[in-house]
Ligand binder design. Structure first.
Ligand SMILES: NC(=O)C1=CN([C@@H]2O[C@H](COP(=O)(O)OP(=O)(O)OC[C@H]3O[C@@H](n4cnc5c(N)ncnc54)[C@H](OP(=O)(O)O)[C@@H]3O)[C@@H](O)[C@H]2O)C=CC1
Ligand SMILES: N[C@@H](CC=O)C(=O)O
Length: 414
């Protein structure tokens, strides 16, 4: 019998306890041990819960119980999660977490601590919800040099974009539904403004290239600037808008990494990844493209990944699971303005003919886009591929030449 503690009884934590209970026998068969939830730590009371006797408000009760060998951290946030996880690892307890904020900020330090103490620190659920992606990158694709990873990494924003486009629902209503379904972060700005996807691409980049990438090193944009006009122009251009996290290794040894909405061609493997689903493309030098697809958020998909880590922990008490990356460095990430991109631009002008003359003077030839029902003075175009800093400079100059930029979205090559 292995006794464990679950810290946090919200969407994911309640799913973990339920899955462990419902599938107790088959899980015991796979882990070769019965797994029992001895403690559930939460701030609230849950009167009438079938697990009522396991609830505690004392972290120390868990920390000081020598019978607890695995602690599942599903509270979220950095504090007190970091402190608790660190103490668990210092006190001989392996840790499983779904907390991407924690792994993206402190992964290198916690992995080192786990290694030092011959314990496991596992976080399959931190990226892609129920999709297996941490193990495939660290194990199944280990023979490859990873050339690039690009993915739809946030279920909430993909759900919002899909519903707004297909059903013309409002942003606020769709976000409220995503919250009700347990997809959104406690502070949904983390989803909408791209921070959640940023944390996930940091974890994938750290794992793939062996060096920590910190969220503050990644240029991050969310979906709050996207308007229905942009969605219609994307359609005219031949694609869709998706929030993408992307990382590539450069010849210089630096990485290019970004999180932002992108126009994706309908031919892209990620273009039809809709609703709460995530899609993650990993390009290996030997395998070529491998694409992972599944539910990126929600109670049971995420609980499934957490419980799989618990089972793996039980199977690897003696032989630790080897996950590791080094601390990062300030010069490791290329300035995103140096990246070569093509850019969709939507603007307004009072004189269209003059505007396009000025646009082509500044940017060279562009591909004009038109849509039905455009507003008076509205124009849109796609630039040629150039260093982003040059495009930004040209767009700044255009605003002094009667072209008021309303939005820009990068053209993805995924
Ligand atoms: N929801 C999802 O689909 C996914 C979530 N994740 C990640 O999993 C983690 C948990 O997410 P989720 O379950 O959705 O979040 P919830 O907010 O639903 O659950 C968190 C739970 O932890 C409790 N809690 C918070 N702080 C403490 C504390 N100091 N001591 C004890 N209990 C505490 C909360 O209590 P109270 O409500 O009283 O504050 C709440 O019950 C997050 O890191 C999230 O990013 C990862 C993948 C998918
Ligand atoms: N809020 C996240 C939850 C899973 O990681 C998302 O929407 O993807």
């Amino acid at each position: 019998m292995v006794e464990i503690a679950v810290m946090g009884y919200g969407t994911v934590g309640s799913g973990v306890v339920e899955v462990l209970d419902k599938h107790a026998d088959s899980i015991a068969g796979r882990a070769k041990e019965q797994i029992r939830v001895k403690y559930i730590l939460d701030l609230r009371d849950f009167p009438g819960s079938p697990y009522e006797r396991s609830f505690t408000k004392s972290f120390d009760a868990i920390l000081n119980d020598p019978d607890v060998h695995i602690v599942v951290e599903v509270m979220g946030g950095l504090h007190p999660a970091f402190d608790y996880v660190k103490k668990c690892l210092e006190n001989g307890k392996s840790v499983v977490t779904s907390n991407k904020e924690l792994v993206a900020a402190k992964g290198a330090e916690l992995l080192e601590l786990a290694q030092k103490n011959n314990l496991n620190f596992l976080f399959e659920a931190s990226v892609g919800g129920g999709i297996p992606i941490i193990r495939p990158i660290s194990q199944c694709l280990a023979a490859n040099d990873v050339v690039e990873i690009a993915g739809i990494l946030n279920g909430t924003t993909n759900f919002i974009l899909t519903k707004m486009i297909r059903e013309k629902t409002t942003f606020d209503d769709t976000l409220a539904l995503a919250q009700k379904l347990g997809y959104a972060e406690r502070n949904p700005a983390a989803d909408v403004e791209g921070m959640d996807a940023c944390r996930k691409i940091c974890i994938l980049a750290s794992l793939a290239y062996g060096k920590h990438v910190y969220p503050e090193q990644v240029h991050t944009e969310g979906i709050s600037q996207i308007r229905l006009e942009d969605v219609e122009y994307a359609d005219v251009w031949g694609g869709v808008i998706k929030l993408i996290g992307q990382v590539k290794m450069m010849d210089s040894g630096k990485i290019q990494v970004i999180v932002c909405p992108m126009f994706l061609s309908r031919d892209s493997q990620l273009a039809n990844v809709d609703d709460v689903f995530n899609g993650i493309l990993v390009r290996g030098d030997s395998t070529g493209d491998v694409v992972f697809y599944g539910k990126g958020a929600g109670k049971f998909p995420t609980a499934s990944a957490v419980v799989a880590d618990v089972i793996d922990c039980v199977k690897h008490f003696k032989a630790r699971k080897y996950l590791y990356w080094d601390e990062g460095s300030p010069d490791y990430v290329e300035d995103y303005l140096e990246n070569h991109v093509a850019m969709y631009v939507r603007a307004v002008t009072e004189d269209e003919t003059l505007a396009f003359k000025n646009i082509e003077n500044q940017l060279g030839a562009v591909d004009r886009l038109t849509r039905k029902g455009s507003k008076p003075g509205e124009i849109a175009f796609v630039t040629k591929k150039s260093p982003e800093k040059e495009i930004r400079k040209a767009l700044e100059a255009l605003s002094g030449l009667g072209v008021q930029i309303q939005n820009t979205i990068r053209i993805g090559e995924v």
